[in-house]
Structures are given as C-alpha cells and as structure tokens.
Design a protein around this ligand. Structure first.
Ligand code: C5P
Length: 308
C-alpha cells in the first residue's frame, strides 16, 4: 500500500467533572466522551523519493481556518507517527495530509483526533500490525483525549481522561454545534477553572460520574440526557469568552434539550430531539454574536477507522 486514509471523529463531553490539580500539572477527571459525526481525515503516504534530505515525517493541513495548526514536529499527528516509529524501533518515513473539518482549538479534540488517525494510518502503511492495546498506550502518551479518538462511541474516561471504559447507549443523539470565531487554549481554560475556584474559596470536588447521565444514555432518552449534561470547565470558558453565554441562551430559548460548552470550548453543543429539530435549531442560532458557523451531527459514531 502506498497511501492509507483514516477518518476520525470529533468528541463532545457529556460530563466533564474536574477534580483537583495534580502534581504533574493535570487534573483528575471524570470525562464522559461521546464521538460525533464531524470528521477529520488523515492520509499517510509513502514519500516520493525526491529529496533525500527531507524530514522523515512531513505534514500538510487542508481545510477551513487551519492557520493555527502547526506544520512542524509539534503537530500532534507527527508526534504520534514518530512515537509509533520509536515503538517499532525503526525510522520510518511518511507524508501526512490532514483534511480538517473539526474546529481547531474548539474543545472537540481535533488535534487529538488527528494523532489517533495518524497512529492507525501509519500502523497500516508501515505494516506494523500493532494491536489496538499498543496503539492505546502510545495514544495516552501523546494526549489525554487521544485514546478516546481511537475507541469512539461513548465512554467514561478517568485519571486525566485517558483510562477508558466504554458505555452502553441506545439510539442516536442529534446535535448542533456552534463554532466560535477563534479558539481557546485548553491549559488556559483549566487554569481559569482553578483560579475561579480559588477566588470563590471552593475546594475542587472529587469527580464522580452522574448516574442520571448513565441512565439517560442506556435508555436513549434525549430529554433526560439534555438535563444531565454538565461541564465544570464551562464557567471558565464563559469567563474567558463572555459571548458564549448568549449563544447557549439562544439555543435554550429555541428549545434545545441541553446546551453546553464542549470541553474547554469555545464550541457550544446543543442536543435536539431529532435530526429535523437539529437542522431547525441550527438555522435559528447561526447568526448569534461570536458564532462563525453551525454544523449538525449525530452520535455515537466509531473511532478512527481506515476509510473505504
Ligand atoms: O493531555 P493534553 O496534552 O491534551 O492536555 C492539554 C492540557 O490540558 C494540559 O497541559 C493541561 O493543562 C490540561 N489538562 C488538565 N487535566 C487533564 C487534561 C488536560 O489540566 N486531565
């Protein structure tokens, strides 16, 4: 094979319970991940043997508003491919092409998704045949959200979010995502969460999974799921990007079953009763201040998968 393409989904956090800051700079979490049908595609190709001095791992990025994505060794997909080559104990070459639809720095784990896709694509391109358990381990070293992008579906993550247990769900959930102008830095949002807690004199609680959320997922009950959505990073994201409050309020006014900041933001997620209601809601909120585009999607969907 001279090129392998992998499609990988975005995530929304149905519950993000943030515990205390740990000594390693991360927070203990209970993180209910849900993969939705908004996809990036990563293609790993054997380099054409033109320039022998070229870097062993090249990367290009295509898509809307991709200016923020590094095309250097800092790119998460490049880091993932390099970590995979290191694990295999050889130096391998590949040209990576990332076609982005997941918003950049949007709280939907787009960079992590690309890393997961690069692992699957290069594992195949290089004929390594590593089992998914090994890819999961490499993924966790790259970033807290990378293992989930391999797994997909709906899952609860503990630790810093990388220890995953798949969750039982019924039916399909319909979503609207309001993509914001510009991104938010994840470390900055976590830092603001700590700062707000300190300012209010509130100790970080021990994170625990919401039983109401688990029941809603098992029963495929969108109305109960909407009520059970929660995100401890939301006050911090709203403090850093006050316009998001208006976006969330507008979605609720127009009948969203739930309205929440996705992860560290600034994307806002709205749960709708049906695909039709999701399209209606998208049209009603698309012109709100600070919103650059709206998209509809459904979940759960599988994790990183080799395309056709
Ligand atoms: O793991 P990842 O590199 O994606 O995390 C990005 C940043 O998000 C971390 O550097 C840290 O500031 C914050 N983070 C955290 N606690 C977690 C996960 C991420 O504080 N459990």
């Amino acid at each position: 094979m001279s090129a392998i393409s992998v499609r990988v989904p975005a995530k929304v956090n149905l519950q993000l319970a943030v515990g205390p800051l740990r000594d390693d700079g991360y927070h203990d979490l209970v993180n209910v991940f849900h993969a939705v049908s908004l996809f990036d595609e990563v293609t790993a190709a054997e380099p054409l043997d033109g320039d022998p001095s070229a870097a062993p791992l090249g990367v290009r990025v295509e898509g809307d508003l991709t200016g923020e994505v590094p095309v250097s060794d800092d790119n998460l997909a490049v880091r993932a491919a390099r970590a995979l080559a290191d694990r295999a104990g050889r130096s391998y070459r590949a040209d990576l092409l990332i076609r982005k639809s997941i918003p950049v720095a949007g709280g939907m784990a787009g960079g992590s998704a690309d890393a997961a896709a690069a692992l699957v694509a290069c594992n195949e391109l290089w004929g390594l045949g590593l089992p998914v358990e090994d890819l999961m381990e490499i993924a966790a070293d790259i970033g807290s959200d990378v293992p989930f992008a391999l797994l997909g579906g709906t899952a609860v993550g503990t630790g810093r979010g990388e220890r995953l247990a798949p969750l039982e769900t019924a039916g399909v959930f319909h979503w609207v995502f309001a993509l914001a102008d510009g991104g938010l830095s994840t470390p900055r949002v976590y830092g603001e969460c700590d700062r707000l807690r300190e300012e209010a004199g509130v100790a970080a609680p021990t994170p625990a999974v919401s039983e109401a959320l688990l029941a809603a997922l098992r029963e495929g009950d969108a109305k109960s799921l909407g009520q059970a959505l929660s995100n401890d990073l939301q006050p911090a994201a709203l403090a850093l990007r006050p316009s998001l409050a208006g976006t969330l309020a507008l979605g609720r006014e127009h009948g969203a079953l739930g309205a929440i900041v996705s992860g560290s933001g600034p994307t806002c997620a709205f749960l709708a009763e049906s695909a039709e209601r999701a399209h209606e809601l998208a049209a009603l909120i698309k012109d709100v201040d600070g919103c650059r585009a709206v998209v509809t999607a459904h979940g759960p969907v599988p994790g990183a998968t080799v395309a056709g």
